[in-house]
Write a protein that binds this ligand. Structure first.
Ligand code: GLY
Length: 335
């Protein structure tokens, strides 16, 4: 079992990575808790034993259920079981479950402890770490939420044995991102080491910039085009698949801006398409004007016009004020 610490002062916590890690859950729960609310979904590969009385709440599948109505339903359930601010919520599932359970915990009695048991690759390397919680509105994804750090995170690698190939690809998209943030050869590590290293990379970034005032934005490398592609394709391209394409696009854009050379662009293809075996082509039939418009509205970049996270001589950094025409023309560079 590998333990990675997320150092955030009095809100610091451990992330436990390994096969069978769920069996350590009870030891990770706050000592004040007398009851637990387990928030999960149908199809999650295992149940957990919190070692105390608990009630189980299932949320629906898919983004359509990532709503304030689901939060209201969960909180009514918490009221029904008499969950107090000393008790605990346990989110068991992928990124959607931990985002929703986290926001319900952040809201119930103005915030009670939450522990995540992450069961997807994206969840383990990204979503369950760092305290971002929230739900969607009809106007956009994750528009309502809170920073609410968990008291602990369990990444049980047993869950990955049955993960559908598409979800594996999504996790690999986020891992390819970490490759470019650090240069680490993650694929040379064994599975537990690799996931723990991704957690460590994210923990380092989050602990230096918990509320995304600066450095945490680097975690959005490849994500500006990715978010636009997800919307433009009606989510037929899943998040991590879109990130893979977005990483290669970001390399082309950095090249157009004179920040990296052609060799570095090719490295992006080699890593994303070669090593991580992910698709790097733009889906056909999407208009450049639509994609540039969507990139301009990305909620992460609203502050300063068209903003990207781009590679360059000093590594990956935030670049604001990119010319929309250049961003559009760069789409045509994609192979
Ligand atoms: N998933 C990006 C972040 O947590 O900041």
């Amino acid at each position: 079992m590998i333990t990675v610490r997320v150092p955030l002062g009095e809100r610091s916590y451990d992330v436990l990575v390994g096969h069978g890690a769920r069996r350590e859950l009870a030891a990770m729960l706050p000592s004040t808790a007398r009851r637990a609310a387990v928030v999960t979904q149908e199809g999650i590969p295992f149940d957990v034993d919190p070692g105390m009385p608990f009630e189980r709440f299932e949320i629906g599948q898919g983004e359509d259920h990532k709503t304030l109505a689901t939060i209201e339903r969960l909180c009514s359930g918490f009221a029904g079981m008499g969950l107090t601010r000393h008790d605990v919520v346990i989110g068991v599932g992928g990124g959607m479950v931990t985002d929703v359970a986290g926001f319900a915990a952040a809201s119930w009695h103005r915030g009670i402890p939450i522990v995540h048991v992450s069961t997807s690759l994206v969840g383990m390397v990204d979503a369950a770490i760092g305290g971002k919680t929230g739900v969607n509105l009809p106007e956009g994804k994750n528009l309502v939420g809170a920073y609410w750090q968990p008291s602990g995170v369990v990444c049980d690698l047993d869950a990955l044995a049955t993960l559908p190939p598409r979800e594996v690809r999504c996790g690999r998209g986020e891992m390819a991102k970490y490759h470019f943030l650090t240069g680490d050869d993650l694929l040379a590590m064994d599975e537990a080491e690799r996931i723990a290293r991704c957690v460590q990379i994210k923990a380092d970034i989050v602990s230096s910039d918990e509320r995304e005032g600066g450095r945490r934005a680097l975690l959005n490398y490849g994500h500006t085009l990715a978010h636009a592609l997800e919307i433009a394709t009606g989510h037929s391209l899943a998040h991590g698949e879109a990130v893979a394409v977005g990483l290669v696009y970001a390399a082309h854009l950095a090249h157009r801006l004179g920040r990296i050379d052609q060799v570095r662009v090719q490295q992006h293809y080699d890593v994303v398409g070669g090593s991580y075996e992910l698709g790097t082509s733009l889906p056909s039939g999407l208009a450049a004007t639509e994609l540039v418009g969507l990139m301009g509205r990305d909620k992460k970049v609203l502050s300063d016009g068209l903003t990207f996270v781009l590679d360059g001589p000093n590594g990956v950094e935030v670049v604001a004020g990119v010319d929309p025409e250049l961003a559009g023309a760069t789409l045509a560079d994609m192979r």
